[in-house]
Design a protein around this ligand. Structure first.
Ligand SMILES: Nc1ncnc2c1ncn2[C@@H]1O[C@H](COP(=O)(O)OP(=O)(O)OP(=O)(O)O)[C@@H](O)[C@H]1O
Ligand SMILES: [Mg+2]
Length: 247
């Protein structure tokens, strides 16, 4: 469904990623891991055209992303939704109005229809009881769930999560994991999750890619990850920062 083919990218005069090739299959939960600053966010931003690689090709359902016009990218971003690390909800409106916004703007639904549909998406992620709350009164975990409901309104074919459990308490993090492996799997959306959270990765991932020093260090199933003997990979799994090169 998604192909990164020999991607290299330089930013601010520095080579960030070199020759990365990854193929993501329809319906899978694919995790991208690696130390801070290695280029995980850069990787997924390239997929939705927020950054352009210097070399290589990126295809989404067979369509080349790197040469898309802004108009084509807008269409792509509906098919491939992104949930940013810091859920950006408007605090001036209720949760249900936040979720209804893309339905009104892109699908031109009436206020009543949009609200009805928005309530359905809030229910899908398990937070319909928050519909009339002001997002500013919610913790980061619940805000994230509302942001996911908003992304789901476009019925994307794939959804990208950047560090979804960072900053969440363990209970909220497990709630996210349950959503990913439950309701989102049932909706058949392909999920790409950038994460540092080893516990979460083992609970949700089908396959995992680990980036290290600008290159692809590991690519395989989560079972293969558990058995991998590479010291850098083991350092990450076992939380030994010296092995992964963190000062
Ligand atoms: N637009 C940009 N211009 C210049 N440099 C950038 C840009 N975006 C990212 N970088 C650099 O690219 C490198 C990789 O950044 P990236 O945000 O992808 O890291 P990351 O793996 O997501 O880290 P973290 O786990 O901390 O989120 C960093 O050194 C960062 O400073
Ligand atoms: Mg990042």
């Amino acid at each position: 469904m998604i192909d990164f083919d020999n991607i290299s990218i330089t930013l601010g005069g520095r080579r960030i990623l070199t020759d990365i090739s990854i193929s993501i299959l329809e319906g899978e939960i694919f995790c991208i891991v690696g130390r801070s600053g290695v280029g995980k966010s850069v990787m997924i931003k390239q997929l939705v055209g927020l950054l352009k690689p210097d070399a290589g090709s990126i295809r989404f359902e067979g369509e080349e992303v790197t040469t898309m016009t802004e108009r084509q990218l807008t269409g792509l971003r509906r098919k491939c939704g992104m949930v940013f690390q810091h859920a950006t909800l408007f605090d001036s409106m209720s949760c249900v109005e936040n979720v209804a916004l893309p339905l009104r703007k892109h699908l031109k639904l009436s206020a009543v229809r949009a609200r009805e549909r928005a309530l359905g998406y809030l229910a899908q992620v398990g937070v319909e009881h928050l519909a009339y709350r002001d997002p500013a009164t919610l913790g980061p975990g619940l805000r994230k769930l509302v942001a996911i409901a908003r992304t789901m309104t476009m019925e994307p074919r794939a959804i990208l999560f950047d560090e979804p459990t960072t900053g969440l308490d363990p209970l909220a993090a497990r709630k996210f994991d349950a959503l990913v492996t439950g309701s989102l799997v049932r909706s058949r959306v392909t999920q790409i999750v950038v994460s540092h959270d080893v516990r979460s990765i083992f609970d949700i991932a089908g396959r995992v890619a680990m980036l290290h020093e600008g290159r692809l260090r590991f690519l395989g199933t989560v079972q293969e990850l558990a058995q991998c003997t590479d010291s850098v990979v083991r350092g990450f799994i076992e939380g030994k920062p010296e092995e992964v090169g963190v000062q």
